[in-house]
Design a protein around this ligand. Structure first.
Ligand code: AHG
Ligand code: MN
Ligand code: MN
Length: 359
């Protein structure tokens, strides 16, 4: 056993010692980590835990709630409400924000979370996760929904936990992205992946291709070119993965590069994407950026989007920098009409009439 390795608390104290409220932010993140350990224990019970199946309820996005969605949500509320660190919390599983009960002191932060991401996988014993984001509370009074509606650039901490073969916590407080592994014997998160860096180039993408007919042309173009592999303009073969747990896809990308897309689509009229801005796209987006990657809607930086609703959905295209720049270029060319000659197979970049083939 390596004594003296960097624990989460030691790491946070070191990273946050220059912030005036750094001690409180560190304490809040330690509370979040305590909730994550509880959720790790609950999910690890699997079929022995009597928490599988669905409840009769639906969440704010109209999705079925699983017992573990609700129990994970409760764990985060109970572990984080008592310490005078948060003024309120908002979650995928709660219609309205949760104000800290009167018996507790109100703190300077707002905590937002997706308590169990990928919960369609929970009955299958496939990796799931928790995603969280911390903002400053802009007022003194009990927070209103409007207080939560801050763009991702205002986050002061963001992270996710992945409940896989090992439980890991990956977080940023704006000084890089760092990964911790839960040592179950001693109950501590240990820094195992300092300064994660996403390779700028990749040959791997992740998207739910069953939605292909609903995508916009720039995304269809990108995926088609990846699938063409060596025989297409990319000149190399790509690989594809889809787990249906965003945290698991993102974790893979952080470790070995790649692109994850849940793009704008026309599947549900009026809804442009699947992922929620406040508690999925923003925290994951910041983690990816802090590891040298990019997080885009296809038409701009996710973190700069001003939210207008708590449960707002957004297109998310995230991962290796050079690939995201390429996908943004495809959106720009589509929007400005400059890709017109390339939308026909004959004029496509690998087609008969591409400029270099004409020479
Ligand atoms: P959640 O379980 O919190 O509702 O989130 C699920 C999300 C995300 O984790 C995943 O990438 C995506 O939904 C899966 O979508 P498909 O059902 O289209 O595969
Ligand atoms: Mn989710
Ligand atoms: Mn969820």
């Amino acid at each position: 056993m390596h004594l003296g390795r960097t624990t989460l608390s030691k790491f946070l104290i070191q990273q946050l010692n220059t912030r005036s409220d750094g001690g409180k932010l560190a304490a809040l993140l330690v509370d979040v980590a305590a909730a994550i350990k509880a959720i790790a224990a609950m999910t690890a019970r699997g079929a022995l835990g009597a928490s599988l199946g669905v409840t009769a309820a639906r969440n704010a996005s109209g999705e079925e709630q699983k017992p573990l969605d609700v129990e994970s949500n409760t764990a985060l509320l109970r572990y984080c409400e008592w310490g005078g660190l948060v003024a309120g919390m908002a979650s995928e599983e709660m219609e309205e924000p949760y104000a800290v009960p009167e018996q507790y002191q109100r703190g300077p932060f707002l905590l937002i979370f997706d308590p169990l991401d990928g919960s369609s996988n929970i009955d299958l014993n496939v990796s799931v996760g928790t995603i969280f984001s911390v903002l400053e509370h802009p007022g003194e009074a009990a927070p209103t929904t409007a207080d939560f509606l801050q763009p991702g650039v205002k986050q002061v901490a963001a992270g996710y936990a992945i409940y896989g073969p090992a439980t890991m916590l990956v977080l940023t407080v704006g000084q890089g992205t760092h990964g911790f592994t839960l040592d179950r014997e001693i109950g501590n998160f240990i820094l195992t992946h300092p300064n994660l860096q996403i390779p700028a180039d990749t040959s791997e993408f992740a998207i739910n291709t069953s939605n292909e007919r609903f995508w916009e042309p720039p995304v269809q173009r990108y995926v088609e070119e990846c699938k063409a592999g060596k025989t297409g303009i990319r000149g190399r073969d790509f690989n594809m993965r889809w787990i249906a747990s965003m945290v698991a896809e993102v974790h893979r990308i952080l470790v070995r590069g790649g692109v994850f897309m849940y793009p704008r689509d026309t599947k549900t009229p009026g809804v442009h994407g699947r992922l929620r801005l406040m508690y999925e796209a923003n925290p994951i987006g910041w983690i990816i950026e802090q590891a040298g990657g990019m997080a885009s809607t296809g038409r701009g930086r996710i973190l700069e989007v001003q939210p207008d609703k708590l449960h707002q959905k957004i297109a998310a295209i995230i991962g290796s920098k050079n690939e995201i720049e390429r996908i943004e270029r495809y959106h720009h060319e589509f929007d400005s009409g400059t890709d017109q000659p390339y939308t026909s197979p004959l004029f496509s970049e690998r087609g008969l009439y591409r400029p270099e083939a004409r020479r």
